[in-house]
Structures are given as structure tokens and as C-alpha cells.
Design a protein around this ligand. Sequence first.
Ligand code: UDP
Ligand code: MG
Length: 364
Amino acid sequence: MSERASERPRISIIIPTYNERDNLEGLFERVSRALSGAGYEFEIVVVDDNSPDRTWEYAEELGKTGGYPVKVIRRVNEKGLSSAVIRGFREASGDVFVVMDADLQHPPEKIPELLKAIDHGADIAIASRYVPGGGVENWYWYRKLISKGAIMIGRVALPKIRSVRDPVSGFFALRREVVEGAELNPIGFKILMEILIKGKYGKVVEVPFRFGLRKAGESKLSGKTMLNYLKHVYRLMKWEGELDRLIKFSIVGTSGIFVNEGFLWFFVSELGMDKYIANIPATELSILNNFTWNDLWTFKDLRRYPFWKRLFSFHVAALMGAFVQWIIYAPLVYLGINYLLANLVGIGASFVVRFLFNRNVTWG
Ligand code: UDP
Ligand code: MG
């Protein structure tokens, strides 16, 4: 047993703070109890952005009077949540890092469960709101909807994190090696997502938890949050090369229009085929054109399924796209919107559906 204890990792709890004075004592108390109780050696790294309420000063004071193993970093020239966490990683001396908020919305009693998952081989353990047993306290339905919608956007835009249910959680644990040497962007908005894209790791585990109510003070996150989040997802897509794919997919799609029109002309004008019928082989030929270029170019590195499966799946996507285009076109026309404009909106929606289906299924 003692042998087991001696090989236990040392833990650094990284806590970014801004005006959190009134939460600190309870936080330190509960963190210490949870970690000592589970037999871990730990330090608390508080990264404070020079809070007007002097959170940094109080953290130091509590370290002295309460005997908590606290290391305080007071940042004067830098701001921002992600950069605070990255700074914390740099200053932390532990083998395993835990990141959490100061306001007790992240129950410290969950930390040992996260650490257990790491002990059992996970590289990243996420306290997750969206696995069975997890949840949020007292959120209106629209706040839940926004949260889940944002996560869905992130998961479809970034296939690498597709299997993670709560990739934007602010409460997680990871082995030091995951972020050591990773090029994390300090203006990144959701640090966990940044880590999931750029970190070095194998296994990710999610542990359910209930996101509680803020104990004291107030939330610092504003309405700009959503826009910043979308910007962040966009930057990560770019980094992942997913944006290049999107561009290639559009180029191929455009080439398909020419193939379609060209063959339609050829069948009708040169071969004298019926106009209503000629449209069918012309469309099929453009689908084959698009498939070929997407297979050889756009998704070249993602050819995992057999050729026939990819070809079939690509046709399913085309069919779905056509259906989506029509289901948007028809009601818009019915509502009196110009039919060409309605069609354009339909084409846009079809494009998104086809790209996502092909990226996640055909070449998933
Ligand atoms: N925080 C920070 N710098 C900031 C914004 C927030 O250090 O610029 C800290 C804050 O003190 C808290 C955590 O990040 O410990 C989460 O912030 P908040 O509770 O305001 O976010 P919410 O839970 O409302 O999404
Ligand atoms: Mg909070």
C-alpha cells in the first residue's frame, strides 16, 4: 500500500481567478479536504489577473494562515482565461494538472474521481455535464440549448473531438505531457478544446458532474462569448486543415456544375435525347466527377472504407443534399420569397449537409 502511495503523481490544481475573493476560503478548504482525503500530494496554483478585489493578496494570506500549499501568480500585463491557464501550466510543478474555476461551480469533491481516471490510464479526464449522470443546476431551457448547440457545432466542425461529449468544460485533469510542448493559443477561448486539438494524448475519459451555482461574486462571461467561441472553432478548423478541405470541396462542387451542364447539353443537343431524361445521366456523371476529385484530393488522407462503400455513401450524401435543398426551397417559395433566392438558400444548406455527411461518414 505504501509502495502504491509513493508512486502517486503529484497534483497541481490550476485556478484562474478574477474577483473571486469571497469564494477562496471555501474553495481551498474543499480542495484540500478532497485531495488529502484521497492521499494525494498537491499544490494550488492561483493565476489572478490583478483583481480589483485583491484576490491574489487574499490567496497568499490564506496560504500562510490556513497552511494551504498555494502558489500565487499575479498577472499585471496579461489578461484572459486561456492565457491564465497556460501560464498556470508553465508554473505548475506537478505530474498531473487539474484545471477548475474558483467560484465552486466545479465541486472539488470530483477531483479524486478525475485523478482516478488518470491513474487508470486516461491522459485527459473531463468533468462532463453531458454524459449520463451529469448536468447543470437551474439553467433555463434556452441556455441549455445554446450550450448544446455550441458543442454540436464544435464537434461537427472538428472531427477529432467528435467523440467528446463536453469538449468545452472548464473542469478537467490531464497528464503534464499532454500540454508540454503543445502550441496552445493564449487567445483561444475554450482551453480544453484547444488542448483536445493540439495536445499529445491517447485516451480521454469523461466523468459526470453537475455544474453547480456560483457561490459568490458574479460571472465574467458576456454576450460576446458566443461570437468568440465561433471564432475559436474557426481558428481550430484552420489549424486542423479542415478549412482547406471545405475550400477543396467547394472547388470540386463547382467543377460538378460544369460537368452537369456540359453533359446535359451534349445529350440533348448532340445526341437528341429527351430533355427530361437527359438530366438524370448528366447529374449522375457530375456526382461521379465530384466523387473522383473528392476521393483523390479533398479527402485523400481519409480513405479508410472500401471503394464501393465510399461511392455508395457519396450518393447518399448527394440524395440527402437534394432533399434538403428542396425542403428549404419549397416553403420559401410558398412564403413568397423569390424562387432564385430560395434556391440559393437551398443550395447553401445542401452544401453544408453534403460536406458534413461526407466528412463524417463517407470519409469519416
Ligand atoms: N476568470 C478569469 N479571468 C477572466 C474571466 C474569468 O480568471 O477574464 C475566472 C473566474 O474568476 C472563474 C473562472 O474563470 O474562476 C470562470 O469564470 P466565470 O465563473 O465568470 O464563468 P461562468 O461560470 O459564468 O461561465
Ligand atoms: Mg462560473
